[in-house]
Design a protein around this ligand. Structure first.
Ligand SMILES: NC(=O)c1ccc[n+]([C@@H]2O[C@H](COP(=O)([O-])OP(=O)(O)OC[C@H]3O[C@@H](n4cnc5c(N)ncnc54)[C@H](OP(=O)(O)O)[C@@H]3O)[C@@H](O)[C@H]2O)c1
Length: 324
């Protein structure tokens, strides 16, 4: 079978499109024929050796996928060859077939297409865990999302609206903000052309946002924290801008704000049942059309380097999908 292989840390052009042997299911595993694999921002770090996870070489990027179960190993129940599923392996989906624990796949309804299903798990899983479990977002509260047209940013806008919040999309271009409005954002702030702190205070009538969802970091994090309301919650999601901000702790004291860490991958390990319950909701909501699972572009598997370059160049709105 064909696979994208990372044989040494480097950039997208160092990846190889190569033949490798077909996997066989081990005890408790399934083999899935991948119909669509989804990339995330962290894949750009993973192949460069700059991510917390460093798989042994050779490995394939892409944490998540959708496809059809091809075979099941001993001890697997509730799944059979021919089942349509989505799955999350953390790594390894940029290939024609993947073997992984049956616990890591979820059946999907016929109404959900493979391209949209492939990219649900990480971005919506993170947004739902962050907003529901960590921020305890309440209906009527204001939610400001940075990097709002990106994968997990868009997911936070859509989940926030489902939870009854007033969603403020913050992004670097008017085109990205128009896209966020089409997907439910009530207000928009262009942080490339406006002072983020002042704009957030203005749009919230001086009160500040109740919850900030920050997957970007860099200079935007402190500006947004300074525009967080009394007893607001600032969700630390990621650092797509590259720089991990150093925050003055008096900003937490002054308004009794909470700075709340979110590590979705660890949550899935610590609380698998809560994660599975979240996934059941996310699959249902996507199939019902309540979540867009917007696909920005679909690339043939061999063009994985171009897909990764588009993510790193800040060009993607929603998800990029690889099709073997
Ligand atoms: N904590 C967790 O559990 C968890 C889970 C999933 C993802 N994450 C993290 O969340 C972050 C975003 O992931 P994602 O998949 O949503 O990424 P994405 O789709 O690439 O979106 C990231 C957004 O960040 C903004 N950005 C600002 N500076 C950037 C730069 N130098 N390069 C790229 N983007 C930049 C861009 O929006 P603008 O152009 O509008 O600024 C972009 O839309 C990553 O750091 C990822 O590792 C964390």
């Amino acid at each position: 079978m064909k696979a994208i292989l990372c044989t040494r840390f480097g950039g997208p052009d160092d990846l190889e499109y190569a033949d490798t042997s077909d996997p066989a299911p081990g005890q408790g595993e399934v083999v899935v024929a991948v119909k669509a694999a989804a990339l995330n921002f962290f894949d750009t770090l993973l192949i460069a050796g700059k991510y917390q996870l460093k798989p042994p070489f050779p490995f394939s990027p892409a944490a998540e996928f959708a496809g059809v179960v091809e075979s099941v190993g001993a001890g697997v129940s509730g799944l059979a060859a021919g089942d349509r599923v989505l799955g999350y392996g953390g790594v390894g989906a940029a290939r024609e077939k993947i073997a992984l624990s049956a616990k890591r796949v979820v059946k999907i309804p016929d109404t959900l297409d493979f391209d949209r299903a492939a990219g649900i798990t990480v971005i919506y899983g993170t947004a739902l865990h962050a907003l529901k479990d960590r921020a305890k977002l309440k209906a009527g509260e204001t939610l400001a999302v940075l990097g709002a047209s990106g994968g997990t940013g868009l997911a936070a806008i859509e989940i926030g609206k489902l939870m009854g919040a007033r969603a403020i999309a913050c992004a670097s271009s008017d085109e990205k903000l128009a896209f966020c409005r089409e997907r439910g954002a009530d207000e928009t702030i262009n942080y490339a052309t406006n002072d983020l702190k002042d704009a957030l205070r203005k749009v919230t009538g001086g009160k500040g946002a109740d919850v900030i969802y920050d997957p970007v970091g860099g200079p935007y994090a402190e500006a947004a924290l300074r525009a967080t309301a009394w007893r607001g919650r600032f969700l630390v999601i990621g650092f797509a801008a590259g720089e991990i901000p150093k925050i003055p702790l008096n900003l937490a004291l002054l308004m009794e704000r909470d700075i709340v860490g979110v590590f979705w991958g660890a949550f899935t390990e610590h609380e698998p049942q809560a994660h599975q319950a979240n996934m059941a909701d996310l699959v249902r909501w996507t199939a019902e059309g309540k979540l867009s699972a917007h696909v920005h572009a679909v690339y043939p598997l061999k063009d994985t380097p171009a897909a990764l370059k588009a993510i790193a160049a800040r060009q993607v709105m929603g998800k990029v999908i690889l099709r073997p």
